[in-house]
Write a protein that binds this ligand. Structure first.
Ligand SMILES: [Mg+2]
Length: 333
């Protein structure tokens, strides 16, 4: 029997044919989504890099977030992990668990978001699964990339004396979330819109990340917040660090927000969802990094120095005094 609301309740095979097969059309690995599995033939001399991230309704996105931006963020946060490893994205696997009653139009917008980013980022869907759930909705994406053998950037590898660098600007997403939750109302509409956009649509630093192979001694993407992720890098590398708080790169909107409330530096140093690359590189790397920045159109600034592990992690102000910041007390070791 055909349910009366069939248009809004397509079955699994209709969803695959209508929404997902077009996303897989350009990838031979996907076998047109007609087999049980994808088939990936790695390029000789390259290693495969895999990463997976999930987004859960009410936890990682809001129920009224646009479907397109939910899908694009899911793809982008995974590509950010590949970028921080110096990997070139090749394809992805996707599990969609739709909340019962999700309108087909929402699902179609979700697929549209993926299609838009596939064009921008040069990858395609290789396979996955689609199910229904009483809720909340959740979406899980596995991204697959590759690097020349032995060249994946790791969290371990930084040594005392290395410089610490970050791409792009920090804090925009954390400030953008405040905007979306009704905060920062002293800020102009353009800046508010910019920050919200940075929360909804991170910019995975794929091109710059690839160029850091052979330069960076350690790298990771900033997803938990600068200080927390710096703690992760230092723990795995068994080093400490000094971070110059006044050198943290801010967008124009971020600078405006801090001009209104200096306390927002906490959001810059501690807030999450930046999806910029934090990395260490040996002393003397400034010139080559300036070239990478110029050639990839990606700002790269030095924000500190790697210290011996015994020195711990030290945020300092412009005069070199310990910065008095609540959320900067991360000591992961
Ligand atoms: Mg990461």
């Amino acid at each position: 029997m055909t349910p009366p609301d069939k248009a809004d309740a397509p079955d699994e095979f209709e969803l695959i044919a209508e929404l997902f097969a077009p996303l897989a059309a350009t990838a031979p690995e996907a076998l047109a989504l007609k087999d049980d599995a994808a088939l990936y033939v790695p390029t000789p001399g390259y290693e495969t890099v895999l990463t997976v991230d999930a987004m859960v309704e009410g936890v990682h996105f809001l129920s009224d977030d646009p479907a397109e931006s939910v899908a694009r963020k899911l793809l982008r946060v995974n590509l950010s992990d590949l970028a921080a490893k110096g990997a070139t994205p090749r394809g992805y696997l996707l599990v969609t668990a739709w909340r019962e009653g999700t309108p087909f139009a929402w699902m179609r917008d979700f697929a549209r978001g993926l299609a838009a980013d596939q064009k921008i980022l040069g990858i395609a869907l290789w396979g996955g699964d689609t199910v229904r759930t009483p809720g909340p909705a959740s979406f899980t994406l596995t991204a697959i990339g590759d690097v020349p053998a032995g060249q994946m950037l790791r969290r371990g590898g930084a040594s005392a004396g290395d410089g610490l660098y970050v791409t792009g600007t920090l804090g925009d997403a954390a400030l953008g979330l405040m905007v979306l939750q009704g905060g920062l109302d002293g800020l102009g509409a353009t800046h508010r819109g910019y920050l919200a956009g940075r929360y909804r649509l991170p910019e995975p630093r794929v091109t710059a990340g690839g160029r850091l192979r052979g330069i960076a001694s350690a790298a990771l993407d900033v997803s938990d917040g600068l200080m927390a992720d710096l703690g992760h890098l230092c723990a795995v590398s068994d080093v400490g660090a000094r971070i110059d708080i006044e050198r943290l790169p801010l967008s124009e909107a971020g600078r405006e927000a801090l001009a209104l409330d200096k306390g927002l530096i906490e959001a810059v140093a501690g807030g999450g969802d930046d999806y910029e690359i934090l990395f260490a590189a040996p002393a003397g790397s400034d010139a080559v990094l300036a070239r990478v920045a110029a050639e990839t159109g990606t700002p790269i600034v030095r924000i500190g120095t790697v210290l011996p592990a015994a020195d711990g992690i030290n945020p300092v102000d412009g005069a070199g005094r310990p910065a008095a910041l609540k959320h900067l007390g991360y000591r992961h070791f």
